[in-house]
Design a protein around this ligand. Structure first.
Ligand code: ASC
Length: 532
């Protein structure tokens, strides 16, 4: 089962220029469920209600209804859009969103002759409904590894290996990879975005190095590499030059890292013209690096640095430091993820409207903890007391304050096990100050304040197994914003927090985003609560 947009999958590519106002009319033609679409990486400054996150920025759009998203794109870069309700992203609700530099404004700090967009995803044969039931069951049923990886919606699967009733293919059929038609001795830009539900990926082009120039819509200090790690929620632009033997075609391969792979690589073809696209490459697809070579992954992540001359992070005045301990726990026999022992459960009234109109009953008003429940927490072992609680309280930040976040990874419920989690923040970019191993200790900030390194701006950053990642951002965007693990089943299992700042500076929230929960009652005249 796939969720399609305008009858297609993935959804249409959206291209805009800096300064444009993008308007998207979303009609919900699903028969039985609501829908929203999130514009991943777009800041939504002054329009937080169009961020497209159910329970946070708006009520879901009901079957048969139409909703108009209208927002300004203020930063050139590679982005994408996707469903942000339940696990609809995994069901296929996504597409690419590219913002080009405007005609007047800034010029890109690099040049190229042509570009291609590669939207990477992963694919399961089970529906997201079956998966959601399994995740919310006792005993817990994990979704396991994907059946295929997809590049722009296309992948490979050897049907002859499966005993699935829908598999009537013999195994020798042709499949149609994406073909990137190139001319020799030119430079091309690949815009790569990962909207995977689970998989951490690595991309390489046979015989060609690539130069990384952009990450999450921010220019980075260019560096050359044989391959690129890309975690769910991240985007990169890389340049490559077609300087290899022009009589050949070459494979692009995308494979799984960070979890024991059980999924074939996705392939695309670099077709040097005038060769025919059916000319099979003589060299095999690049081999994906060993899935658990985390030193290699860390080395790659550490190479991402801000472009020389771009804004450095403000100094550490520690207006606020929030430590977020990531743990796998149980609640009433269910397996969940918790942050500082709280597993996020979204409330029926979206936070933005609740905050704007002072509806205190909409969510728990006791702030969640700013640090671990117990500072002696042993991150190297399964939780001594695996029980967590559910909650929906939020982190309220002082407007324009500088906030440091330390994301601390830990052991899961199984001994000797800790997993990758790419954390994505809505409404902001953050500087990735650094990555460390083990438990963050007071003074470890020295590690990431060492001279010479320019922390990159990103909207998604990974935490490595048994490690920590330190981020800094300025709370300068009025609104309510999710900050969560971008692995879809993990968010479903509660792995996220909500931050809010400056809501008092916003104009009235559009009514059409408020039609559910307590705001719905308030604006239909049945509400108990008043307007503040
Ligand atoms: O959330 C998860 O659950 C499983 C495993 O930890 C328990 O089965 C897994 O691999 C996850 O990422």
């Amino acid at each position: 089962m796939v969720m399609a947009i305008n009858g297609g999958f993935p959804g249409p590519n959206i291209t805009a220029k800096v300064g444009d106002t993008v308007e998207v009319e979303l009609s919900n033609n699903l028969n039985t469920e609501g829908v929203v679409i999130h514009w991943h990486g777009i800041r939504q400054f002054t329009t937080p209600w169009y961020d497209g996150t159910a329970s946070v920025s708006q009520c879901v759009i009901n079957p048969g209804q139409t909703f108009l998203y209208k927002f300004k794109v203020d930063k050139a870069g590679t982005y994408f859009y996707h469903g942000h309700y339940g696990m609809q992203r995994e069901a296929g609700l996504y597409g690419s969103l590219i913002v080009e530099e405007g005609d007047q404004g800034q010029k890109e700090p690099f040049q190229y002759d042509g570009e291609f967009s590669l939207l990477l995803s992963d694919w399961w044969h089970q529906t997201v409904y079956q998966q959601e039931v399994g995740l919310s069951s006792d005993p817990f049923q994990w979704i396991n590894e994907p059946q295929s990886l997809l590049i722009n919606g296309r992948g490979q699967y050897n049907c002859s290996l499966a005993s699935l009733p829908e598999c009537s293919l013999g195994g020798g059929e042709q499949w149609a990879p994406n073909v990137l038609k190139v001319l020799p001795n030119k430079t091309y830009r690949l815009r790569i975005a990962s909207t995977t539900s689970l998989a951490s990926l690595n991309l390489a082009i046979g015989g060609h190095n690539v130069t990384v120039v952009e990450a999450d819509g921010n220019y980075v200090q260019p560096f050359s590499t044989t391959d690129v790690d890309i975690y769910s929620g991240e985007t990169y632009s890389v340049l490559f030059t077609t300087n290899q033997n022009p009589d050949e075609n070459y494979w692009i391969s995308v494979g799984v890292r960070g979890r024991l792979p059980q999924t074939p690589q996705a392939l695309a073809l670099v077709n040097y013209l005038p060769n025919h696209a059916s000319k099979f490459p003589t060299s095999p697809p690049p081999v994906t690096p060993q899935w658990d070579d985390y030193n290699r992954s860390k080395a790659f992540s550490n190479r991402i640095q801000g472009l020389e001359g771009t804004t450095p992070p403000p100094p550490a005045d520690y207006d606020r430091r929030i430590m977020l301990l990531n743990t796998q726990n149980t609640i009433d026999g269910l397996t969940v993820w918790a942050i500082n022992n709280v597993s996020l459960s979204f409330p029926p009234t979206p936070y933005l409207g609740a905050l704007k109109y002072g509806i205190k009953a909409a969510f728990d008003q006791t702030p969640p903890p700013d640090t671990f429940p117990d500072c002696r927490y042993d991150i190297m072992s399964p939780p001594a007391n695996p029980n967590a609680t559910t909650g929906n309280a939020i982190y309220t930040l002082d407007f324009n304050s500088t906030v440091d976040v330390i994301l601390q990874n830990a052991n899961t419920l199984q001994p000797n096990d800790s997993e990758i989690h790419p954390w994505h923040m809505h409404g902001h970019n953050f500087w990735v100050l650094g990555y460390g191993d083990g438990k963050f200790q007071r003074g470890d900030e020295k590690l990431f304040e060492k001279a010479g390194r320019r922390p990159p701006l990103k909207n998604t950053a990974v935490i490595f197994p048994f490690g920590w990642t330190a981020l800094r951002f300025v709370a300068d965007n009025p609104g309510a914003w999710p900050f969560h693990c971008h692995i879809e089943p993990h968010l479903h299992m509660g792995m996220g927090v909500v931050i809010a700042e400056g809501v008092e500076f916003l104009a009235d929230v559009p009514r059409e985003t408020l039609s559910c929960g307590l705001t719905g009652m308030m604006f239909s005249g049945n509400g108990e609560e008043g307007h503040n």
